[in-house]
Design a protein around this ligand. Structure first.
Ligand code: NAP
Length: 249
């Protein structure tokens, strides 16, 4: 009889893929399914089967878990994917399915940083004074609800994906991934940014902009992570993989 995946990994982060890769190299390898929201045009290569798209809220996820006889869920979504994390918590609690959280550590300020913390994107953007020239390292979906409020400013907006809405004509839009420290320093300097606005995503992939802001003495408006429901927490794929292997599913 063909076995079907019994571990569901909620993805959208490098850590999710790293975990799948590590579990895959175990013998016997557990059967996993990586789930993506479907926000990006091109999915990275994955070491196991994938599914794409929402489940239909917590109830839809519950149905999926039951229909597919999932025995363990790993929430390896991004720190700011608040809804998916909440739904996973509700669905797993209702069905008594173990839920693990894989979440990279957040960033913390070091000497020389000029950070101001905010609980929400709105609070950060509202604090910008007229005449500022903020560099927004935010997702296009995050920015959308605040567009009209900050439209009059001279905003520099950097995003991996092009927004599917129109940006004010006087804004500078940069479609790119984060660069290394030298590139980020050059970009902040060249665009004349007065502030860096970013979420506390953590990890090394996007941290060079913080070092760049530090070296230029720029204020950083840091949007802090949402509070999450409690579940066993692992901050590396390696630690999560060891814990999953110990479960002997
Ligand atoms: P979100 O607000 O928590 O999720 C909104 C809805 O998208 C969820 O309710 C769910 O739809 C669907 N969804 C989210 N993650 C999913 C997954 N892994 N598999 C299947 N469906 C998923 O999430 P978001 O902030 O829009 O982020 C979407 C995805 O991008 C996440 O997977 C996240 O890991 C990744 N990501 C997010 C950020 C960020 O800053 N938010 C940054 C990098 C990567 P249903 O309710 O219909 O199930």
């Amino acid at each position: 009889m063909t076995r079907t995946p019994d571990i569901l990994i909620l993805a959208g982060t490098p850590e999710a893929r790293d975990l799948a890769q590590r579990l895959r190299s175990n013998r016997p390898a557990p059967l996993m399914m990586l789930s993506f929201a479907g926000r990006v045009d091109q999915l990275p290569e994955t070491p196991c089967p994938t599914r794409i798209g929402g489940f239909g809220g917590a109830d839809g996820l519950k149905r999926y878990l039951q229909d597919n006889q999932i025995r363990l869920v790993v929430d390896a979504t991004h720190a700011f994917a608040r809804q998916m994390t909440q739904n996973a918590h509700v669905a797993c609690a209702a069905l008594g399915i173990p839920l693990l959280r894989l979440l990279r550590p957040q960033w913390s300020p070091i000497e020389g940083d000029r950070w101001q913390s905010f609980a929400t994107t709105q609070a950060a953007l509202e604090t910008l004074k007229p005449g500022s020239r903020p560099f927004l390292a935010l997702g296009r979906q995050e920015l959308a609800p605040h567009l009209s409020a900050i439209a009059p400013m001279h905003v520099i907006f950097r995003s991996i994906e092009k927004p599917d809405y129109t940006l004010p004509i006087h804004w500078t839009f940069i479609q790119s991934r984060p660069g290394n420290e030298a590139e980020e320093t050059d970009l902040l300097r060249r665009t004349g940014a007065t502030h860096l606005v970013t979420k506390n995503s953590g990890g090394s992939g996007a941290s060079a902009k913080l070092a760049a802001a530090r070296s230029l003495g720029l204020p950083v408006f840091m949007i802090e992570r949402p509070v999450e429901p409690d579940s066993p927490l692992f901050d590396t794929a390696e630690a999560a993989s060891k814990a999953i292997c110990a479960l002997n599913l």
